[in-house]
Design a protein around this ligand. Sequence first.
Ligand SMILES: Nc1ncnc2c1ncn2[C@@H]1O[C@H](COP(=O)(O)OP(=O)(O)OP(=O)(O)O)[C@@H](O)[C@H]1O
Length: 335
Amino acid sequence: MAVLELDDLSKSYGAVRALRSTSFQVRAGEIFGFVGSNGAGKTTTMRITLGVLTPDTGEVRWAGRPIDHATRSRIGYMPEERGLYPKMKVGEQLTYLARLHGLGAAQARSSMERWTETLGVDGRRDDEVQKLSLGNQQRVQLAAALVHEPDILVLDEPFSGLDPVAVDVMSGVLRDRARAGVPVIFSSHQLELVEAISDRVGIIKDGSMVAVGGIDELRQVGAPRWAVTTAVTTPVTTAGDDDTAWVSDLPGVRAVGSEQVRRAGGAATRVEFETTHEGSEQAVLARATSRGRVEHFGRVTPTLTELYRDVVSAEGSDDSPDDTDGDEATTEVTS
Ligand SMILES: Nc1ncnc2c1ncn2[C@@H]1O[C@H](COP(=O)(O)OP(=O)(O)OP(=O)(O)O)[C@@H](O)[C@H]1O
């Protein structure tokens, strides 16, 4: 299966180290969500993939071979800064872009028709791009990335500013392209959306990949997290009081937070904890049972937002641009 390989990419802009030995892969037919804080290095990575920026070290390969001019023309790219001609009509512009990528006149026209229909802007073909709303301009921008039927899709924040219907349309198109065997890489700050549509996710921080893998796989990294909710008959004191000591003093257990819920006829306490030894959650359950009626006990599945916060706020953060220390370890989970 063809794989897009980004191998050991480094890039500095003067004193700013934008990428530090960044490596990851995107397989054919896979949607890869690329996330990271502002300035983490996503756009730089995408521009290098497209070949508009040259890395200081490393290379990008497609199907085992370094990306050359011919392969580059097979990439559909949606740049963050967008790049349509505002005064050109939608239909003309898309047909023109398809022809630039080598499609014949009839093929370019039918591809333009197909993508404007799929993306719901077929009624705007004769309008200048600048007359469209920002969301519709973005749909046209995606059509521009797709109109030459690319083998690889690289999309820089394609969802930013879209309404929920447009998000659904865009997600559907990405899924459809992936099903057709295209590797799709997209960046986004909308982590719930990334979680919903990505097959794999990469988290970049200060130019280094700090986690790469399927979301379920990334969830397995780190200590398992649990929650226990116990009904308590004794009145709960001030909300926010620490009620985790009964959990924390058990071996192999670390309480990470608690919550108290008042309600008619009593209250309940929910404590979240991590286990560092297999089976130590059973000791928590036994103790909870001795304290009151256990209403709920189970594993907590972190969301991508929680995973992201964990890895991005992990120790070792250094935002100084001229930092020259070593690279951070990547949590690589491959399936
Ligand atoms: N042309 C440039 N000249 C100098 N510095 C640059 C240039 N382009 C990017 N940078 C710097 O490189 C770092 C990485 O920027 P990049 O645009 O790749 O981040 P990003 O993850 O895409 O951010 P965002 O989420 O804000 O779009 C940042 O510190 C940025 O300021």
